[in-house]
Design a protein. Structure first.
Lengths: 229, 407
């Protein structure tokens, strides 16, 4: 369970104060598939960063089960991300000088998995995404859709409970977009929590719960029929 | 995949960037290694030349000349033996060995010889007053750094009279024969000979030097003083000074210490080389300063630029769970690899340069000095790591969210 309790994030830039996010009480249960939509500047990315333990709230608390995330040290928050979360980025953020296999190995290496096991696990994950023949290709040598699949493999290789996605289909053609959304569906079926920030209404429609953000506040909330309690 | 392979793969991807960021360190190490090799070998050459000359400073009676000394120092004038004590007690930097001598004419087996009294070095240490003198306390020399007052195996043989102008041990009834004397009188080691009414045992004979020493007979200084009935006097005090001190401040200091004596030096023959050594020694410090300033600044700036251009990658690594210390180590290890590689290549270039130009530049042949090479590479590596410390810390402090916003 993820819970935001009186969370406020304020930015001060050039003497001006902007409230990027204000949320009195938001609860996301384990295994939920949530899409956060809203116009640019509405606070979607701020919400994702706060949930990912990467951006301290100006006030309030964020709970991950019984742990108040921002009362943990930086090292503990890194461990939470490493062991329990997976990120999907709009621009994939693959490391350009590493091959597909090596990119997927990175989270395993950070989790101190032995090099031999790293190769086995990363290869299996890439094969799951149909990239068994692209293991030794660098990001620049594969298509955009394949890059996002490598990024998905990197996200899932550590078997995270929570997936945080920032515009995961934003740069993709319809076919690749469908591959990503199917992967999310599978993750949902596997019981993982998925929180995706998107402008893509089709992608948002695949989520079981939708939050609409406006001016940093949740203005609307809707559920699909298969609502998770 | 681990920290090392991440660093290695990034460096391998951008060889020109690696080269440009470490070129200053590479060139600095190359220059430093080349100059230090030439300097060290040149200093050794000076030491060798001075060693071949024997004593490089002479303390003579006021009216004696260098010609008198080379004519077997038998000019009839003498100095008080206590000058030896004064020199030793003064603890002047650069005085490595002091050898007082008293020469007198004598006849041995019908041959006219110069009987030279010499004080064995072992007697210096036996005298309490001198033991407290600075001569017997190892001290740091800025020059050739060869001062060592521990006798070597070579010092224990009579032949050391030829090589170091001194002998470690000589009994009062022992003599050492110059090559001419030994040949013409047909004496050899262990023979007993009569000289000026005394009976002596031949401790050894010297090899030919082509100098006046070939016609000398060396005996204990105090024996010769007794035979000459001269009292506690000497005709010359030979001083072996550290090369650079001998060519520099030591002579004026000795002149000031012994105003009644004449202090002359024979080190002018190596004056030019000593000057070159000093210049190169100074230059090597200058290059070291440049290496630290320019090399360090250039690498620090390259790592800082690398941090800036990799903010997104750093953010990604942090998002997937890398700790700040992992990120810091990533950049420090990169700097370490750069320093090690640049230092090693620079060291090889410096060695080759020294070997090639050493003979023409300083007239000495260069043999690689492994200790210096290891020190140069270690210094370059340490410098690189220190230079990268601040940018690496900045990288570790980056907020992953800010990195994403810049994407």
């Amino acid at each position: 369970m993820i819970r935001l309790e009186n969370v406020k994030r304020i930015y001060t830039r050039r003497g001006q104060t902007v409230t990027a996010l204000q949320c009195e009480d938001l609860r996301i249960s384990a295994g939920e598939y949530v899409a956060v939509v809203g116009p640019s500047g509405s606070g979607k990315s701020t919400l994702l960063s706060l949930l990912g333990g990467m951006l301290s709230p100006t006030s309030g608390r964020i709970w991950l089960d019984d742990t108040s995330v921002y009362e943990q040290s930086v090292i503990s928050r890194s461990a939470i991300r490493r062991e329990r979360m997976g990120f999907v980025f709009q621009t994939f953020n693959l490391i350009p000088y590493l091959t597909a296999l090596e990119n997927v190995q990175v989270p395993l290496a950070l989790n101190n998995v032995s090099p031999v096991n790293q190769v086995g696990l990363a290869t299996a994950m890439l094969q799951r995404f149909g990239l068994g023949d692209r293991l030794n290709h660098k990001p620049s040598e594969i298509s955009v859709g394949q890059q996002q699949r490598v990024a998905l493999a990197r996200t899932l290789v550590n078997d995270p409970q929570i997936i945080l996605a920032d515009e995961p289909t934003g740069n993709l053609d319809p076919t690749s977009r469908e591959v990503v959304l199917k992967a999310f569906d599978t993750c949902y079926d596997e019981g993982r929590t998925i929180i995706t920030v998107t402008h893509d209404l089709t992608a948002a429609a695949r989520a079981k719960r939708r939050l609409v953000l406006n001016d940093g506040q949740i203005s609307e909330e809707s559920f699909s029929r298969a609502k998770v309690a | 995949m681990n920290l090392r392979s991440l660093v290695w793969k990034e460096l391998r991807e951008r060889p020109w960037s690696v080269l440009s960021s470490s070129i200053a360190i590479l060139l600095g190490v190359a220059a430093l290694v080349a100059i230090r090799h030439v300097t060290v070998h040149s200093e050794q050459e000076v030491s060798r030349q001075l060693s071949s000359l024997g004593a490089n400073i002479l303390i003579l009676p006021k009216d004696a000349s260098l010609q008198n000394y080379y004519a077997a120092d038998r000019n009839g004038q003498t100095l008080p033996e206590e000058h030896v004590t004064e020199v030793l007690m003064a603890g002047l930097a650069g005085v490595e060995k002091v050898t007082p001598k008293l020469s007198m004419p004598a006849s041995l087996g019908g041959l006219e010889v110069t009987l030279t009294g010499i004080l064995p070095q072992s007697e210096f240490t036996a005298q309490q007053a001198w033991q407290t003198a600075a001569l017997f306390t190892p001290k740091k020399h800025d020059g050739c750094k060869k001062a060592s007052h521990e006798p070597t195996a070579a010092d224990m043989t009579p032949e050391s009279l030829n090589t170091t102008r001194s002998i470690e041990s000589l009994e009062k009834n022992q003599i050492v024969l110059g090559a001419d004397v030994a040949d013409r009188c047909a004496f050899s080691e262990g023979d007993t000979v009569e000289l000026l009414g005394g009976t002596f045992t031949v401790l050894g004979t010297l090899t030919r030097t082509g100098t006046v020493d070939d016609s000398r007979v060396f005996a204990h200084l105090h024996t010769v003083q007794e035979l000459a009935k001269s009292g506690e006097v000497v005709s010359a005090i030979e001083v072996i000074g550290c090369c650079e001190d001998a060519a520099g401040d030591l002579v004026p200091e000795l002149s000031k210490l012994l105003p009644g004596a004449r202090v002359v030096t024979v080190s002018q023959v190596v004056q030019t080389q000593v000057g070159v050594n000093r210049l190169m020694s100074g230059t090597s410090w200058f290059v070291l300063g440049i290496l630290i300033l320019v090399g360090g600044a250039s690498l620090a700036s390259a790592i800082a630029a690398n941090v800036r251009e990799r903010r997104r990658e750093i953010g990604t690594l942090m998002a997937i769970g890398a700790t700040p210390s992992f990120v810091q180590r990533l950049f420090l290890m990169k700097a370490l690899v750069l320093g090690l590689v640049a230092g090693t290549i620079g060291c090889v270039i410096g060695l080759l340069t020294a070997v090639l130009i050493g003979p023409q530049w300083a007239g000495v042949s260069i043999v690689p000095l492994p200790g210096l090479a290891v020190m140069a590479v270690s210094a370059a590596t340490l410098l690189a790591v220190l230079a990268a410390y601040w940018p690496a810390r900045q990288a570790a402090k980056l907020d992953p969210c800010l990195c994403f916003q810049e994407v």
